[in-house]
Design a protein around this ligand. Sequence first.
Ligand SMILES: Cc1cc2nc3c(=O)[nH]c(=O)nc-3n(C[C@H](O)[C@H](O)[C@H](O)COP(=O)(O)OP(=O)(O)OC[C@H]3O[C@@H](n4cnc5c(N)ncnc54)[C@H](O)[C@@H]3O)c2cc1C
Length: 326
Amino acid sequence: MTDFAADSILVMVDVMPSGEVAKSAAGLLGAASGVGTPVAVVVTTPDLLSGAAEQAASLGAHVVLTATGDTSVLSAPAVDALVAAAGLVRPDAVLVSNSIEGRDIAGRFAARTRSGLAADAIGVSRDDEGIVAHHSVYGGAYNVDSAVTFGAPVITVRQGAIDSRAEAQPLNALPLEVAPAGAPAATVESFDQVQATSTRPELRGAAKVVAGGRGLGSKEKFELVDQLADALGAAVGASRAAVDAGYVPHSYQVGQTGVSVSPQLYIALGISGAIQHRAGMQTAKTIVAINKDGDAPIFEIADFGVVGDVFTVVPQLIAALEAKKK
Ligand SMILES: Cc1cc2nc3c(=O)[nH]c(=O)nc-3n(C[C@H](O)[C@H](O)[C@H](O)COP(=O)(O)OP(=O)(O)OC[C@H]3O[C@@H](n4cnc5c(N)ncnc54)[C@H](O)[C@@H]3O)c2cc1C
């Protein structure tokens, strides 16, 4: 029987249908290695299991606990595996991605194990009493810490928020014995594969985001945002006003009622910087704003700002970027 380190941190590693581990895994394992010994839990179909376990080890998992699960059943197989893993490892904390499925898994796991849940952390640390989660709340206006008073906290971690990476480890995989709880769960009966027409990175977890607001003026003119994003290899985001005006679909919305992002670089074009927008992007490492109103609130949080018309400034920026590539 494997002895687990006394400071083990359990990390739920999401596996994509392609067999790749989700991008969030690197940040989760990096966060875990900063406060303890990362132990990964990987649940997928038998054909993808060993490849996913190897990737988890290369991202820093000292032990990879593996379980096969029916991928047509949403969340429940992962929760069952996590319950089995927690019983075995007795971790100091459980880290899960703050993705849609991750939040479902974390909530179910916390309810089932009567654990405390801290959602949407942007960092973790350890003090004398255990693991502490750090959050950016109220539109990034406040940083707050949360900790539980009993047991191991279950913490969902915002994608892209953690920069640190764990050292690669040799693969040490252990199959888990999982007893399915038979909890009610949604089942996918059929699905249509949507052909991805974009080569841009996905907004959640993207390292660079270019976002456009009402200042772009129309759906046609919003193309300027796409062009700058393509020149930078960035994902495209938008303010709610741009979404409401029909420039882009709701899936692009960044903010309180949209996606939360923590990229290395966030460029806001024609976005005023309302608190609800800032809620979803204020933790970006570098914020660049281009707005023709020098008093726009976005400049209060921008690291670099250009007061000017996006239709004058951005084409010059794209030309400069293209010239640099030559
Ligand atoms: C409950 C609730 C939830 C919300 N959730 C969200 C959310 O998730 N995300 C979100 O974004 N908003 C959200 N909002 C809406 C939010 O309050 C703002 O209305 C919205 O963010 C404004 O979007 P905007 O900055 O694009 O538009 P505006 O506030 O209209 O700003 C447009 C900006 O473009 C500039 N501009 C105009 N033309 C140009 C030009 N040619 N060149 C350069 N600059 C130009 C203007 O100076 C202005 O600053 C929410 C609101 C509520 C009440």
